[in-house]
Ligand binder design. Structure first.
Ligand code: NAP
Length: 243
């Protein structure tokens, strides 16, 4: 049974991805930071439906906590076959209002977390000459979002990390890819009104807003052993909002 670690999997895209991977026979490690009761509820749902999963608390923006999480995983399973760097935060602010703390937090949760987790996951993947790394960026990392400069910069960094790491790990049987979601209905976008969603859908070629399932299914495809010739790519899952 292959083991997948999904960071930030207590809610939203990560939670749906955990469900889908469990349904497809993967052992799922659900990382969370603050939402213990939500993570526990997700875990019991997965187990009730015959899946194999566990939860691990770690703030993935903190390298010491990531190291501790991987010590536990290594002791139990040797390592992870698939790493999905999904944990993230967003913030809408005028560029001139962004503080040092806002900037540091944005970069550490969205970008440094992926660095820490990849660094910890790779030795096992390299040893077994197999691995799948899937990083969750954003369409704002591709084209830039007004009033989200720090978010866009962090997500563009995730794209750079993906491409460079894919070059380095190709001969080790490890693929590294990136999903760049468009507007997806989760807690992260809960500040948008029904009217906002309607307008965004109208601006989208498919005329729809995305769901966590759209992202989870793309991750499942990239994680497959048969997706071995896809690496260093950024897959936009955005209904054509940016092309
Ligand atoms: P969400 O509903 O707000 O959920 C965020 C998840 O990240 C939660 O499970 C949260 O866990 C976790 N998290 C946050 N900080 C963490 C930390 N320091 N350590 C560990 N976990 C942490 O967000 P979402 O919409 O599902 O977003 C998931 C990813 O997709 C993010 O990287 C986001 O940037 C990206 N994305 C989302 C959209 C969108 O429209 N929703 C669009 C483009 C990209 P706890 O609650 O347990 O702390």
């Amino acid at each position: 049974m292959q083991t997948v670690l999904i960071t930030g999997a207590s809610r939203g895209i990560g939670a749906k991805t955990a469900e889908l991977f469990a349904q497809n026979g993967y052992r799922v490690i659900i990382n969370f930071n603050n939402s213990l009761s939500v993570a526990e509820k997700l875990l019991s749902e997965i187990i009730k439906n015959g899946g194999v999963a566990e939860i691990i608390k770690a703030d993935v923006s903190d390298s010491a906590e990531v190291n501790k999480m991987f010590e536990l995983i290594t002791a139990e399973y040797g390592g992870v076959d698939i790493l999905i760097n999904n944990a993230g935060i967003a913030q809408t602010k005028l560029f001139t209002d962004i503080t040092d703390d806002d900037w540091d937090r944005m970069i550490s949760v969205n970008l440094s977390s992926a660095f820490y987790c990849c660094r910890s996951a790779l030795p096992y993947m390299i040893r077994q000459h197999y691995g799948r790394i899937i990083n969750i960026s954003s369409m704002w990392g591709q084209v830039g979002g007004s009033c989200e400069v720090h978010y866009s910069a962090a997500k563009a960094g995730v794209i750079g990390l993906t491409k460079a790491l894919a070059m380095e790990e190709g001969l080790s049987g490890i693929t590294v890819n990136c999903i760049a979601p468009g507007v997806i209905k989760t807690d992260m976008t809960s500040s948008l009104s029904t009217e906002d969603f309607k307008e965004l859908a109208e601006q989208t070629p498919t005329g729809t807003i995305g769901t966590p399932d759209d992202i989870a299914r793309t991750a499942l495809f990239l994680a497959d052993k048969n997706s071995s010739f896809i690496t260093g790519q950024v897959i936009g899952v955005n209904g054509g909002f940016t092309v």
